[in-house]
Design a binder for this molecule. Structure first.
Ligand SMILES: [Zn+2]
Length: 212
């Protein structure tokens, strides 16, 4: 019961807080139109895995993500999810084929600490906005140290074998993998490897921001 009650309580709290822009503090939205317009969507160069992000992890986007992740403002999921949904919608309009949206999962222990899974909420929003089915095909099988505490080479070792899913659960699927922030890409690459292990035919990744 506790596990169910906490995210609901967080959602209620978020609904009661009037939104203010994370970038400029203007009232009315979690990320105002001007701050949104200043973002520059980009491709993250990562061998073997196409990755698109809504912008760099700086300025308003950094502030918004920080508020979303660390200050328990899950109301931002819609705002940030829409940024990523736009990227996916653009690719779909250009003829990219995607069958399912799959979130990069947090470890259950971290979900309990935070009260919600920020990437799952983003993926839900992206699926809703693009009309793509959501499938939580992957799970964390190891509790790893937060990547933010590690250097580049440690990050690669840290996430090795971190994800798993049922064999065949993504058979033949073209997957849009969703994460919040991409840094070295080690986590995304490992999650993509697990998706292929579940039978995925192709994997592209989408994230809110790139932390260079
Ligand atoms: Zn603003």
């Amino acid at each position: 019961m506790r596990d169910l009650a906490r995210p609901v309580a967080a959602g209620v709290a978020a609904a009661l807080v009037p939104p203010r822009c994370a970038g400029c503090d203007a009232p009315g939205a979690w990320l105002c139109l001007e701050c949104r317009a200043a973002l520059e969507p980009a491709d993250v160069p990562l061998a073997g895995l196409p990755v698109r992000v809504a912008g760099l992890y700086e300025g308003p986007l950094r502030a918004a993500i920080h508020r979303y992740k660390y200050r328990a403002e899950p109301g931002l999921a819609a705002e940030l999810g829409d940024l990523v949904a736009d990227l996916l919608a653009r690719d779909l309009a250009r003829g990219s084929r995607v069958d399912v949206v799959v979130p990069v999962p947090l470890h259950p222990r971290r979900v309990r600490e935070r009260g919600y899974d920020q990437t799952a909420l983003l993926a839900e929003r992206i699926a809703l906005r693009t009309g793509m089915p959501l499938r939580r095909a992957l799970r964390r099988v190891r509790h790893v140290r937060p990547q933010v505490e590690l250097d580049r080479s440690e990050r690669l070792r840290n996430v090795a074998g971190a994800f798993a899913g049922a064999v065949g659960s993504l058979r033949g699927a073209r997957v849009a993998l969703v994460d919040d922030v991409v840094t070295t890409g080690a986590t995304l690459r490992e999650a993509a490897r697990a998706a292929h292990g579940c039978g995925a035919r192709r994997v592209r990744a989408y994230a809110v921001a790139h932390d260079e």
